[in-house]
Write a protein that binds this ligand. Sequence first.
Ligand code: ATP
Ligand code: MG
Length: 158
Amino acid sequence: ERAEFISYFHQVIDRLEMNLPEQITFKRELPKGRYHVWIDKDKMTQVLDNIISNAIKYSPEGGVIRLKVENKRHYLLISVQDEGIGIAYDKLEKIFERFYRADKARTRKLGGTGLGLAITKELVEAHHGKIWAKSKEGKGTTILFTLPLMNQKRRVKQ
Ligand code: ATP
Ligand code: MG
């Protein structure tokens, strides 16, 4: 369905913020304008829930999670940045594989199946987007994905 992404994203964040562990805070960096995208809202909500719940799960006490949307003309760039344990450089691509969990010892006690990001990647690609990760061990992780914008108004040159 056609949706205005910024107001929809605010709603998703509002809901997650209500159940946020006390010591963790969200910081929103969303543009003021209206940006229309073609999404399956249930699936996009699953994408955002998965990425943001990882950020919460792997954040330290007092951690700040930045939720950002940037307008890149033909698409939106959505990013979720945390100040958590980070992911080793050689494991950055593997986290999108089924059942992959980066640091068995550290992540075992946090629970999970290692399916979250594999499903997330499939759903982002079903929306014609791309997803990738940046990270520095011990400093934090950023998960980024793109979403094509609808309704590009084109000027016809005569
Ligand atoms: P599930 O989401 O299925 O409950 P999970 O969170 O372990 O389990 P994914 O969401 O697929 O699985 O993530 C895969 C692995 O990537 C995680 O086990 C973790 O090692 C690493 N990872 C994902 N997000 C982060 C993050 N924000 N910070 C640090 N490591 C992360
Ligand atoms: Mg997960």
